[in-house]
Design a binder for this molecule. Sequence first.
Ligand SMILES: NC(=O)c1ccc[n+]([C@@H]2O[C@H](COP(=O)([O-])OP(=O)(O)OC[C@H]3O[C@@H](n4cnc5c(N)ncnc54)[C@H](OP(=O)(O)O)[C@@H]3O)[C@@H](O)[C@H]2O)c1
Length: 256
Amino acid sequence: MKVLLVGATGNLGIRLVAALLTHDHSVVAFVRSPNKLESLLPISVYRQITVVQGDAKDAASIKKAILDADCDAVVNTAGLAALPPWGKSDLPAIFRAVLNAVQDAGSERKRPLRTWFLGGLGVLCFPGSESMLSNYIPIYREHRQNIHLLKSLPPNTNTVDWSMLCPGTMPPESSEVTVPTKLLHGKLIANATTPPLWQDSWMKHIPLIGKLVVCAMNAPRYETTLEQNADLIATDLESHESPWSGRTVGVIDPSK
Ligand SMILES: NC(=O)c1ccc[n+]([C@@H]2O[C@H](COP(=O)([O-])OP(=O)(O)OC[C@H]3O[C@@H](n4cnc5c(N)ncnc54)[C@H](OP(=O)(O)O)[C@@H]3O)[C@@H](O)[C@H]2O)c1
């Protein structure tokens, strides 16, 4: 596919450039600073991509980039959620702009764009309930308004075919970006709506704090690497019908 990658200079963004090229996608990188992107990538990798300069809060520029390059898919890694519950970042404004751009471009080209957004572990549901994990551990809660926005789209909307990847912490495997990529930790297991391979416990029945304790016990198990998550998205974009359409997606590293 031809993929518009918004936020290509970020931790996940640079690994996505490499993963997308490895999976034979064409990459159009949408960044604030092409110079910064050039400094982060080996020259042989930088030469394989198209770079568009722009601000991810500007829906009109993103839409233009999609239509000018005739992209089929968008991945948004721009913006970083604030950690404390009272924190504010640009992520919600970026998210809205990318979603508006994707919808407008989708209706103009009369085909929805396959779009991956980034969320966090906290927007997945506690298994067996409809309550988000961030109700129990209140961090990175800005992702919640983003998923509410996606879920409030009219059900028959035919302008965006979205998925939201919801990883836990993502350390890097390596600071080196190579094409083809070398996955040191292997492929992830993914699951829609709830975290995969959740370890249940009787402790969830303890009044008031039970589910918080179970979330805190499970959370470290969901550490995956930036490279593994980039590979998951790049692999998914190889198929025209994704099992993750319209879903939040949790991931775990089965090798741990
Ligand atoms: N890293 C983790 O452990 C982790 C875990 C779970 C979820 N997530 C989520 O995953 C996403 C990506 O994380 P990350 O670690 O890759 O973040 P990051 O390294 O901070 O990258 C953020 C990217 O957003 C870009 N950006 C910010 N504002 C922009 C704007 N107005 N216009 C264009 N680009 C803009 C930055 O560009 P500049 O280079 O120009 O500043 C940078 O490329 C975030 O939503 C984060 O909340 C991350």
